[in-house]
Design a protein around this ligand. Structure first.
Ligand SMILES: [Zn+2]
Length: 69
C-alpha cells in the first residue's frame, strides 16, 4: 500500500502523512513534532522583522516538491 511521507521542514525526518500533527497554517510545511514546529515559527518571527515575506508568496501546494533552503 502506498505510504506517503513528507519531510519535517526543520530536521528533514520522514513523517508519514497520516501521522502529521504539526504543520504551517497553509500546510505547505510539516514538522515531526512540537519542537521542530516551535523552532520554525520562532525563526519565522525573526524573519518577519527583516521584512522577509518570501514564504507567503511561495505557497506551492504540491507536497511532492522538496523545499529548497
Ligand atoms: Zn523535525
Amino acid at each position: 500500500m502506498f505510504n506517503p511521507t513528507m519531510k519535517c521542514s526543520e530536521c528533514l525526518t520522514d513523517v508519514n502523512q497520516l501521522d502529521i500533527k504539526y504543520h504551517t497554517a497553509d500546510g505547505s510545511k510539516i514538522f515531526c513534532g512540537p519542537k521542530c514546529s516551535l523552532d520554525f515559527h520562532q525563526r519565522k518571527n525573526n524573519e518577519k522583522t527583516n521584512n522577509n515575506i518570501k514564504d507567503f508568496n511561495n505557497n506551492n501546494s504540491n507536497i511532492t516538491t522538496s523545499t529548497s533552503d
